[in-house]
Design a binder for this molecule. Structure first.
Ligand SMILES: CSC[C@H]1O[C@H](OP(=O)(O)O)[C@H](O)[C@@H]1O
Ligand SMILES: Nc1ncnc2[nH]cnc12
Length: 301
């Protein structure tokens, strides 16, 4: 029997400066527990134009958590457990290209992961899986975001490579130049392993990288500071809110599984023989991989 098509529920991860979503109907903040610990903070449940939305402020309200300390696995599990089928990540980034000035939005399509102090997989000893990351961003979500940017006349670019660095310190000038030489377009500290975990959890994922600064490579611009990032972010916030309000109803129209394959990413990805699987790890995978492991998720939805 074909898999049932889950109702579109749009997860939104808000980055620096985006700690709330205004105008949600039936809005309610709720704690969601996961087998990977607590997520960054409470999640905001509600509806936009009738479409279910679950919002998670990545660093928690009040920006309590640094990029290294974020509970990446709990965040993605909590969104999946809450019924989310797709995730839009809103992220502040530094620009590595002169033609991407502060205020531009980049719908990135590739990542380079230079982080090193984070848990990067739900799987491991006792249940090993290898998913494809060749195309880490859902092109269907990318299409919808691009269309919404166009409709709203927002300065945007479709496509670009996001360099994920460990932080929390900003880059040295030599690192910034290295990332430019590698062909990267923007730099941030949070989208990895977020994108990898979303893929493992069979969730569509796309990032709107909102440029706040020119990092430290540009000879004619001040190097990045938190003050600069926050100032531009507040200018970007209204645009981000309008973008979300525009894209959510469009995403709510999906009536089939994602045609880009995100919802079936775990098909044939688990290599551990059934009799060699660790039952305790398998139990923790109830929400993330329950579909392929034949488990019932202890849902929140
Ligand atoms: C406050 S500037 C650095 C901070 O901003 C970005 O976070 P997010 O992706 O959550 O918007 C960047 O990755 C750093 O974590
Ligand atoms: N220049 C930069 N480097 C890393 N993360 C950022 N977030 C915003 N600006 C950034």
């Amino acid at each position: 029997m074909a898999d049932p098509v889950p109702e579109p529920v749009i997860g939104i991860i808000g980055g620096s400066g985006v700690y709330d979503i205004e105008g949600l109907e039936e809005a309610e903040w709720r704690e969601v527990r996961t087998p990977w610990g607590l997520p960054s903070g409470e999640l905001l449940f509600g509806r936009l134009s009738g479409v279910r939305v679950v919002f998670l402020p990545r660093h928690d309200r009040g920006h309590r958590l640094s990029p290294t300390d974020l509970p990446y696995r709990a965040n993605i599990d909590a969104l999946k457990r809450s019924g989310c089928t797709e995730i839009i990540s809103l992220s502040a980034v530094g620009s590595l290209r002169a033609e991407l000035p502060p205020g531009s939005f980049v719908i990135v399509d590739q990542f380079i992961d230079r982080t090193f102090a984070r848990q990067k997989s739900f799987f491991g000893a006792g249940c090993v899986a290898h998913v494809s990351m060749a195309d880490p961003v859902c092109r269907r979500l990318g299409d919808a975001l691009e269309q919404a940017c166009r409709d709203l006349g927002l300065p945007h670019r479709r496509g670009g490579t996001y360099l994920a660095m460990e932080g929390p310190q900003f880059s040295t000038r030599a690192e910034s130049e290295l990332y430019r030489a590698w062909g990267c377009d923007v730099v941030g500290m949070t989208n990895m392993p977020e994108a990898k975990l979303a893929r493992e959890a069979e969730l569509c994922y796309a990032t709107v990288a909102m440029v706040t600064d020119y990092d430290c490579w540009h000879p004619e611009h001040d190097h990045v500071t938190v003050e600069l990032v926050v100032k531009v972010l507040f200018e970007n916030a209204a645009k981000a809110r309008a973008l979300v309000a525009r894209v959510v109803p469009a995403l709510g129209e999906r009536r089939t599984l994602c045609h880009a394959g995100c919802h079936t990413a775990l098909e044939n990805a688990i290599v551990t023989a059934p009799e060699k699987r660790d039952p305790s790890l398998v139990a923790r995978l109830d929400a993330v991989a329950g579909r392929v492991l034949g488990l019932e998720a202890r849902g929140e939805a």
